[in-house]
Design a protein around this ligand. Sequence first.
Ligand SMILES: C[S@@+](CC[C@H](N)C(=O)[O-])C[C@H]1O[C@@H](n2cnc3c(N)ncnc32)[C@H](O)[C@@H]1O
Length: 132
Amino acid sequence: MEARRKADELGVDAEFIQMDALKLPCLDRQLDSVVDCGLFHVLSDADRRAYVAGLAHVTKSNGKLFLMCFSDQEPEGPGPRRISQNEIRDAFADGWTVESITPSHFEPNPESKDTFVDGGPKAWFAVIRRES
Ligand SMILES: C[S@@+](CC[C@H](N)C(=O)[O-])C[C@H]1O[C@@H](n2cnc3c(N)ncnc32)[C@H](O)[C@@H]1O
């Protein structure tokens, strides 16, 4: 798995769990940190609500979600739905504190490197803390 390879290369102690992200409550765990790279922006509105509820279930009090999603600063075109900062804030309005949202870029994969210019598609990188 690419993520495992990158974590090992960087010496990061990370656990990767493969499962349906809409079934997080089935995971009998409480996690310190959760990384979402490119999932949030593929979910429908209904699935997004189920996903955020599931995240609340598996994230410890004061645990953090590190969320990277396509940004509405990226012009319409190929790729997933564009997400505004307000959508992120609305999705995590109850029981979470959005600590920061900063502009970033996704690293384009080899197939889409000519589709997106300026260093890859524009993204938001959000740090979101689960309230106690
Ligand atoms: C835009 S890709 C991002 C892939 C990868 N994280 C990355 O950064 O390159 C979105 C991924 O979410 C996965 N996905 C969609 N719905 C999912 C779900 N309910 N549970 C787990 N993964 C899901 C898709 O299979 C796809 O691999």
